[in-house]
Design a binder for this molecule. Structure first.
Ligand SMILES: [Fe+2]
Length: 290
């Protein structure tokens, strides 16, 4: 099977990227995933291109928030450094295993995470190590039968997962399927992370307590989803990182995972999560909030 790769936009400078903003925004809108290659964006440059995209997509990072020419201080305030390699004690598994399992981004927030910009500012892991896998949830949804689509549209799940290093905010109550904010397409939003304290369970079906039959059907569909993410390579986009790659990803719809095979500080990302312009960090801690 041929490996699916994220769309690539080769750019020579910030100016070049800004001149091709329509192309970049179009790829983000249509495919939900692209990588800018060929130019190593400084923090200020990264924030600048993101802010211009934010003007198009109504993100919290936009030129109103950070100006058209942000300062270095502003860039430091809006961008974070991470990369799953910052723990000096991390034990390293092979590049075929997962460093971070399949998940959808922070669906406990009422104001969802809409996108991420991940710039690999340092990468010296071995080839094929520390890859990021993506799977488009709107595409996964289309694999379901019509009956299963209708079934999942009526599902509210109860689940819990630590937020950052903290626990005790949940449980959370979220819909299995949500409408994509750009395309309006149905999008599976079931958290699949093995790090959940409570794995998403069927809580209400069509507003009612579920029957045993509905519980069993839900369990089958949830297991199917996890199986598809791990086993269906036809769904998968593979980002094999080179230093300087800057990914732009629609995190409302892209399940993602990271493979292992790298050691401490071999992989450093400078990133930002994008939310809607006016957002808060309220959580889905009650059914009433749905
Ligand atoms: Fe993530």
């Amino acid at each position: 099977m041929e490996t699916r790769l994220p769309a690539v936009v080769t750019v020579s400078s910030l100016q070049d990227s800004l001149e091709r903003l329509d192309e970049i925004a179009g790829l983000f809108r249509d495919q939900g995933l692209l990588v800018l290659k060929g130019h190593k964006f400084t923090p200020v440059e990264q924030l600048t291109i993101v802010a211009h995209l934010g003007d198009i997509f109504n993100w919290n990072i936009c030129t109103d928030a950070v100006s058209t020419e942000p300062s270095e201080e502003t860039a430091e305030a809006f961008l974070f450094y991470a990369g799953h390699s910052d723990n000096p004690d991390r034990s390293v598994a092979s590049a075929d295993e997962y460093a971070l399992g399949w998940h959808i981004e922070q669906v406990f927030y009422i104001n969802s995470v809409l996108a991420g910009t991940w710039n690999m500012v340092h990468f010296d892991a071995p080839p094929k190590a520390g890859r990021t896998y993506f799977a488009d949830s709107t595409e996964v949804y289309e694999l379901l039968s019509e009956r299963d689509k209708v079934f999942l549209s009526k599902v509210v799940v109860e689940w819990d997962k630590p937020i950052g290093p903290k626990t005790g905010f949940g449980p959370f109550y979220t819909r299995a399927v949500a409408s994509h904010p750009i395309s309006g397409r149905p999008t599976l939003r079931l958290e699949t992370d093995g790090g959940c304290i409570i794995t998403p369970n069927l809580y209400k079906f069509d507003g009612e307590d579920p029957t045993d039959k509905q519980l069993a059907k839900y369990k089958r569909l949830y297991d199917w989803l996890r199986f598809e993410l791990v086993e269906n390579e036809g769904l998968r986009y593979v980002q094999d990182w080179s230093e300087g790659d800057m990914v732009l990803v629609d995190l409302f719809r892209m399940y993602h995972a990271v493979t292992d095979g790298f050691t401490h500080n071999q992989r450093i990302i400078r990133g930002a999560f994008l939310r809607t312009k006016e957002y808060n960090s309220d959580l889905y801690t009650s059914m009433d909030l749905l």
